[in-house]
Ligand binder design. Structure first.
Ligand SMILES: *[C@@H]1O[C@H](CO)[C@@H](O)[C@H](O)[C@H]1NC(C)=O
Ligand SMILES: *[C@@H]1O[C@H](CO)[C@@H](O)[C@H](O)[C@H]1NC(C)=O
Ligand SMILES: *[C@@H]1O[C@H](CO)[C@@H](O)[C@H](O)[C@H]1NC(C)=O
Ligand SMILES: *[C@@H]1O[C@H](CO)[C@@H](O)[C@H](O)[C@H]1NC(C)=O
Length: 240
């Protein structure tokens, strides 16, 4: 392998990809047994393992998060082709040290592993993100999040202390924080869209009718969280 400046830099930031050369240096990454110390199936979490996918992190139906005690990222995979990603991050701002932005992100969907060991994730469309920054006019808001992912490569290593360790590279070959297997049985929300777009449109009409009839908004607890979210969605579509 010829050591160009770019290669040296890539090796410096991502030493684990050096064995068959980081993508982008002209060497071809191939899917082989190095990707298979264990299967991808399970729930993986970075650092302190504070962020874990599943019901303990996000509720897409009413678009709420349970904030973890620490930042981090978590991926879950099912061998049947479903994934879920949870992230809790802070971004500093050099020119305004008090203006730290926090983002909490959740999405799920289906994934495929290509022959060159890249992973493509296709979200269902019900993902969401909360952005918090005390310096913004709106210090906290929630928005839809529907990121179609290209993860250029992945490898699973056996760490002598931490066990299976998953190293994933982003679309630009920057590494995702190393992920450790927290559970071989993945902690995931149901692997289907959890907000029904068609139902939202239907609820929208129903809600409009109720409002024009001067009735109270349908927020009875017994109606369940799904209805609550549909009402919220309906309110949004009325504003739009
Ligand atoms: C969202 O739904 C969960 C589960 O039903 C509930 O515990 C939580 O209180 C709800 N949050 C809001 C803000 O409605
Ligand atoms: C950092 O803060 C400055 C001053 O408040 C602001 O203009 C800028 O957009 C911020 N940058 C980021 C990346 O948040
Ligand atoms: C989310 O992204 C997927 C894949 O790119 C796309 O098929 C889908 O229509 C998107 N959904 C929404 C609600 O934007
Ligand atoms: C693998 O193939 C996909 C689709 O052609 C491409 O987008 C991706 O960059 C490739 N990955 C690598 C590591 O070459």
């Amino acid at each position: 392998m010829r050591l160009t400046l770019a290669t040296a830099f890539a090796l410096a930031i991502s030493p684990v990809f050096s064995q068959s050369g980081p993508a982008g240096t002209g060497e071809q990454m191939v899917l082989n047994s190095e990707h298979n110390v264990t299967s991808l199936e399970g729930t993986w979490s970075s650092g302190s393992r504070a962020v874990v996918t599943g019901a303990g992190f996000a509720n897409p139906v009413n678009r709420t998060f349970t904030f973890p005690v620490n930042t981090g990222v978590s991926f879950s995979f099912l061998n049947s082709g479903f994934y879920e990603i949870a992230q809790y991050r802070f971004f500093g701002n050099g020119s305004a040290p008090n203006c730290i932005t926090g983002t909490t992100t959740w999405e799920h969907g289906t994934f495929v592993i290509l022959g060159n060991a890249s992973i493509i994730t296709t979200p269902f469309g019900d993902g969401f993100q909360q952005v918090q920054n005390p310096c913004l006019a709106t210090s906290s808001f929630i928005q839809s999040y529907n990121y179609t992912g290209l993860y250029r490569s992945f490898r699973i290593f056996q760490d002598p202390v931490d066990g299976p360790k998953l190293q994933i590279a982003n679309f630009d070959d920057s590494p995702v924080a190393p992920l450790f297997l927290v559970s071989a049985t993945p902690s995931m929300l149901p692997t289907r869209p959890l907000i029904n777009v068609t139902a939202t449109a239907a609820a929208s009409k129903r809600e409009l009718k109720k409002r024009s009839a001067g009735e109270r908004a349908w927020t009875s607890a017994s109606a369940g969280a799904l209805v609550l979210s549909l009402v919220t969605a309906a309110a949004t579509s009325i504003i739009l």
